[in-house]
Design a protein around this ligand. Sequence first.
Ligand SMILES: NC(=O)c1ccc[n+]([C@@H]2O[C@H](COP(=O)([O-])OP(=O)(O)OC[C@H]3O[C@@H](n4cnc5c(N)ncnc54)[C@H](O)[C@@H]3O)[C@@H](O)[C@H]2O)c1
Length: 356
Amino acid sequence: MVVSLCIVGAPGAIGQRHTQHALDEPRCVLTCVVDPTPAGEPFAAKHALKLYSSLDDMLAAREAGHVTVDGAVLATPNATHVPLGLQLMQAGVHALIEKPFSTSVESGRALVAAEKRSTAKIVVGHHRRFNPYTINTKKLLDSGRLGNVLAVQGTWACLKPVSYYEPPTEWRRARGTGGVVLMNLVHCLDLLLSWFGPVSRVFCERGESTRGHDVEETGACTLRFASGVVGTFVFSDAVAAPYTFEGATGENPLMPHYGEPTYTVLGTAGSFSFPQLKLWHYASPEHAWHDPLVQDEAAPVDATPPFTLQLRHFLDVCEGRAEPQCSGEDALGTIMTVEAVLKSMETGQPVLVGTV
Ligand SMILES: NC(=O)c1ccc[n+]([C@@H]2O[C@H](COP(=O)([O-])OP(=O)(O)OC[C@H]3O[C@@H](n4cnc5c(N)ncnc54)[C@H](O)[C@@H]3O)[C@@H](O)[C@H]2O)c1
């Protein structure tokens, strides 16, 4: 089966990447794109693709048999994910929804409920779950070689240019739908949840504002996971630093590859930093502290881009051959943690995180 796809928000920053991956993938055919702005027409013409100016128009054309669409990628601003996702679920069109899944727990729950009523499935675009370093981290954690994992430490820090927040993409600094927590920390939290399970309590101190926007730029969190693991996480999009997941792994073709460590995972029998993934441990259980630790070599990493692996997984879901690896419910757990981080920054108090 060749799956028919539509990219919604195709000329946008990440929509262009989804479009290119879909064009390169032999298992699918890109039958159309959707975009309401003047950028849509030249973009569609460049790739010889059918263009609709709204999701409503595309779904009406699909209903009338003018276009085939089995699955759609939502590469649109954060606040549109739930309303557009609801339309796709109602029409029975599978959805690959960019992160964040929703901008609130309440609206995310409504979308999960709509998926349950639909014949279609949702995959959430936390593509880092398909990153080879992430996959190897999970294998290392599951190997039991760290003993009892007690703590994790993480950083996501870089400098976004002023233009990132200027029109036509000022939605990225809109309170409640933009900001570094919903845009970037959400990815890191999703990874931590996929490694250590749900977070039960967070506290987050808000850092100083350098741009004068309403939304946060910098923060420092403590995290308690239900499993007992404790963590700290510092994030900022306003500092000159190489400590991002993207810079660590080299996964984003538009960003330099530095390879600097961004996470440290600490267990009773071993520890490692990410993306190095070289396990530090003692040569025998009798050793400690004053003895030298030894370090294992890291496992080799697969070179297939995570976006390619995510797209192929979405095609498997569209074909009914796989269940979503990052489902709406999984992503809702991440949104619950995000919402707690934002609330803690606002109130200055620790916040308990509920369960999905
Ligand atoms: N997975 C990742 O690594 C990653 C990276 C960047 C952005 N994102 C996410 O992707 C989404 C888009 O981000 P971006 O930076 O590409 O945004 P962008 O503003 O550059 O692009 C958004 C596109 O959506 C279009 N659009 C807006 N409203 C629409 C609507 N109602 N119907 C159809 N199209 C509409 C815009 O015209 C534009 O082309 C965001 O949710 C963001 O968080 C994910």
